[in-house]
Design a protein around this ligand. Structure first.
Ligand SMILES: NC(=O)C1=CN([C@@H]2O[C@H](COP(=O)(O)OP(=O)(O)OC[C@H]3O[C@@H](n4cnc5c(N)ncnc54)[C@H](O)[C@@H]3O)[C@@H](O)[C@H]2O)[C@H](O)CC1
Ligand SMILES: [K+]
Length: 483
């Protein structure tokens, strides 16, 4: 089952439900604190530890962790920034028999620090003394393990609540990741995220998921034993003019590698010879006008338009013509930009089978101001999918996929090696190749993004877009073994 990503409110509701079901908060706190101690022991050798404890239950977790580390012979000191204000935190503090001293403004380097100051209950910017400590800790690059979230980080956005937040090299959270643990800014503050099970029940209705094979592998379009190329779908890709044909071929090759039965580049007459010189299994067909394009795409299951298609009226008309066919559209790059002066015309072409794959700049052109006014990218992508009535994949280190029905996923395996020209063309091809085989568009976009990142990570340094399609078989082989 795919793992949900929770908001702070959903998490609070989950632990309230557990308490209402008869599990005392102290039991949850004991499990949480022990999980922190275990994660620390699993990652670090025994060494002096200072645990910063806040006023709430986050601090309570800190007192519990202190007790479990001390019991294993670790030298532990608690620095209490505030006295405990919750019943559970007072209970945890009362069971800590070791040293408690005030927060030191000059933390000794060389120690390991556990940040149990604030977690889900952070409700305002860090106050002076703690903010100062956060700045000192950042400047000294102290080694910090954060409890639940690095203090100062807003659990639902990953951004600092005020102008400073702690940065950790490991964050131990409970039950499920929250948005702060998956959005790129929050991931930068959290370091390695460890998710500890503290015995909470299954999550209720949730519609935000970690993008990993659990989410879509069950419906991956593996070929039946009697498959033939036409049963594996027809993908078509619109080529640019003679000097800009590579993007379409990268997409076409990506779609072929992901299993589309027949892939065709649809090419303007002036680029036919250029394309023909580079194609083997990918087929080639000409089109001159948008009407020709609609005819050439008539039998397509999926059509990719955008990669180096050219920005302007012609591409806009081509997309409108394709919208009149029954094919699912993957709309990328130039095809998005071509509508920046008439967004309603773009949305009129789209339906829920279609997928937009903007990077943030293209997103801003098609959904002006939406990113800036949204608390984070997931909300922005969801609102975009609702407005467009189509699946929206918003690229980034934390690629978000959102469907018009509210489902959304965040990619956790993004890799910087993918930041190379043409990478997005291959991604469009991966997604188009899966949709051509009948995979539902939201899941195809999630799967395409995950496979694309897995290919990039597998290759690592020196990756160029041309390498990506050829890296897919080893990733697909592993997925096939897990199916
Ligand atoms: N969810 C679970 O199943 C469990 C969560 N645990 C831990 O509990 C915290 C949440 O605890 P809570 O008491 O709600 O909030 P905090 O401890 O984060 O602190 C809130 C506390 O601090 C005050 N406050 C908020 N912001 C500031 C600020 N900037 N400066 C000063 N004071 C601030 C606020 O008024 C409250 O009094 C969760 O993160 C987990 O770590 C359970 O222990 C285990 C189960
Ligand atoms: K914390």
């Amino acid at each position: 089952m795919a793992r949900e990503i929770l908001t702070v409110a959903q998490m609070t509701a989950a632990d309230r439900a557990a308490v209402a079901d008869g599990t005392p908060i102290q039991v949850l706190m004991e499990r949480a604190g022990e999980a922190v101690a275990n994660a620390v022991r699993a990652r670090y050798g025994r060494q002096p530890v200072v645990i910063w404890c806040g006023p709430g239950d986050n601090g309570g977790d800190g007192y519990v962790a202190a007790r479990h580390l001390k019991r294993r012979g670790w030298p532990v000191v608690v620095e209490a920034a505030y006295s405990p204000t919750t019943e559970a935190a007072r209970w945890a503090a009362s069971r800590w028999k070791g040293e408690v001293r005030p927060l030191s403004s000059r933390p000794a380097p060389g120690h390991l620090y556990i940040d149990a100051l604030f977690g889900a209950g952070l409700s305002r910017p860090l106050e002076a003394e703690v903010a100062e400590l956060a700045r000192t800790a950042r400047a000294a690059a102290l080694r910090i393990v954060a409890v639940d979230t690095p203090s100062g980080v807003h659990g639902d956005t990953g951004r600092a609540f005020g102008d400073v937040a702690f940065h950790a090299e490991m964050t131990v959270t409970f039950h499920r990741r929250k948005l702060a643990h998956v959005l790129s800014e929050g991931r930068g503050a959290c370091g390695e995220v460890v998710v500890a099970d503290i015995g909470l029940g299954p999550v209720g209705a949730a519609d935000l998921f970690e993008n990993d094979p659990e989410l879509w592998l069950g419906r991956f379009p593996w070929p039946a034993f009697d498959a033939h190329k036409h049963s594996r779908g027809r993908l078509k890709v619109v080529s640019g003019e003679a000097w800009t044909t590579g993007a379409a071929r990268l997409a076409a090759r990506g779609g072929l590698r992901l299993g589309a039965g027949a892939v065709t580049v649809l090419s303007p007459p002036g680029a036919l010879a250029v394309n023909a010189a580079h194609l083997e299994a990918v087929m080639l067909a000409p089109f001159e006008s948008d009407a020709d394009l609609a005819i050439a795409a008539e039998d397509a299951d999926a059509v990719i338009i955008g990669p180096a298609a050219g920005v302007g009226e012609a591409t806009a008309r081509n997309l409108q013509a394709l919208a009149r066919t029954g094919a699912a559209l993957i709309v990328d790059a130039d095809a998005l930009t071509s509508f920046r002066h008439d967004l309603e015309a773009l949305f009129a072409c789209l339906d829920r089978d279609d997928v937009l794959t903007p990077h943030p700049g293209e997103f801003e052109r098609v959904f002006p101001g939406l990113l800036a006014k949204s608390p984070e990218r997931i909300t922005a992508a969801r609102e975009a999918a609702r407005r467009a009535g189509a699946v929206v994949l918003l690229k980034g280190p934390d690629t978000v996929v959102a469907a018009p029905d509210g489902r959304a996923s965040v990619l956790l395996n993004g890799t910087p090696w993918l930041a190379t020209a043409g990478s997005g063309d291959v991604l469009a091809g991966f997604i188009g190749g899966l949709i051509a085989q009948g995979m539902e568009s939201f899941e195809a976009a999630c799967a395409g993004a995950w496979i694309h990142a897995a290919c990039g990570a597998r290759h690592g340094p020196g990756l160029i877009a041309e390498d990506l399609p050829g890296l897919a078989p080893s990733v697909l082989t592993e997925l096939h073994a897990k199916r």
